[in-house]
Design a protein around this ligand. Structure first.
Ligand code: SF4
Ligand code: SF4
Length: 62
């Protein structure tokens, strides 16, 4: 389970990187990517932290 970042809509504000509790979001070749092996979809939280802070709506459930 993991969320997906639409790189065409992402503005590279990088706000989602520090809020991820599992450090699953990183920059690879200039684009934000989610590590599907470690992303828990924030199952222990009320809602995915990264989706809550993303200003461009680029993060969706895979
Ligand atoms: S859903 Fe949660 S665990 Fe997954 S990338 Fe977003 S903040 Fe990190
Ligand atoms: S918060 Fe949204 S727009 Fe900002 S870097 Fe993350 S995915 Fe891209």
């Amino acid at each position: 389970m993991a969320v997906t970042i639409n790189v065409d809509e992402c503005t590279r504000c990088d706000d989602c990187i520090p809020v991820c509790p599992t450090k699953s979001i990183s920059v690879k070749k200039g684009n934000l990517v989610v590590n599907a092996d470690t992303c828990t979809e924030c199952e222990d939280h009320d809602s995915p932290k990264c989706m809550a802070v993303c200003p461009s709506g680029s993060i969706t459930y895979a």
